[in-house]
Design a protein around this ligand. Sequence first.
Ligand SMILES: *Cc1c(COP(=O)(O)O)cnc(C)c1O
Length: 360
Amino acid sequence: MSRAFNFCAGPATLPEAVLKQARDEMLDWRGTGMSVMEMSHRGDAFVTIAETAEKDLRELAGVSDDYAVLFMQGGASSQFATIPLNLLGDKSSADYVNTGIWSKKAIAEAKRYGNVNVVASSEDSGFTTIPEQSVWTTSAEAAYLHYTPNETIGGLEYDFIPDTGSVPLVADMSSTMLSRPVDVSKFGLIYAGAQKNIGPSGLVVVIIRKDLLGRARKETPTMMNYQVMAENGSMYNTPSTYSWYLAGLVFQWLKAQGGVKAMGQINARKAKKLYDFIDNNDFYANPIDPRFRSWMNVPFTLADGALNDEFLKGADARGLLNLQGHRSVGGMRASIYNAMPESGVDALIQYMAEFAKERG
Ligand SMILES: *Cc1c(COP(=O)(O)O)cnc(C)c1O
């Protein structure tokens, strides 16, 4: 059995070196005589694992002591409710930008807890572009502004960080976290479901500016209260220990690759190669405004949609897996996160070229 190139949007491919290390440490983590899965989360061994992961993440992403780093559960989607419950405070509304399916889900959930002001939307364009900030109808009275820097399903990525003045900026970075350098100090809160660029699903990493702690509504479930999580080192209850450990291995792998800056250069090159190929081949197309094309998720269509199944079958046979687009968009989508090696992108391009030549 050899490893395929897995282009799944999430859960996504993990670095092979990380999986091998996890395998090697599976039965006996560094002489403890037990698997990480079997350890007390309060014991020295796991506390070391947890603290190292946090320290490495802070170093990789450039997170200062002004921020708490939380390892929470329930995936990114649980944050759609956790954020308004914690951050609305005594304000009556929050601002949201609607640029795709994930923004829409965040908006729908927030509406259960307060007034949502959708300050801009690119729905009319089929979510193929991002409205300039100059036309956003933001409010200085908003509790926060929420946006989705990378829309995983549409393949649409901001090339700017919104400037919201004193209104805290909240970002769903599930599919772009650690893919390129980002100035964390511009944000009030960053969250990311782990299964794209960080580790196993279920885990969600939250980076929150400490002055935003302690504003949760009274009825906020304890497990969703950022202050409680921060005060308890994300161990109010039993955390998702094995996922936390694997995330830590991914962080160490990232450091060994040269960190987020080096990763960003590789990711830019991978994405450019694939978009250049698509743009220069009549058989394939990508609908996104070139300025806002995602580095992580590359959707594309075939000139003849009747050939989709054949394309996917041929890809599978070559070990190029999970290229089917999201059910809501159709077509194809190649997710090329940090752990997708450049050779995977090369193999995909080669297959696409051959398929277009034979069937186009
Ligand atoms: C995958 C994803 C989510 C949902 O993550 P879950 O962990 O499944 O809840 C939310 N937002 C974005 C941008 C995503 O890519």
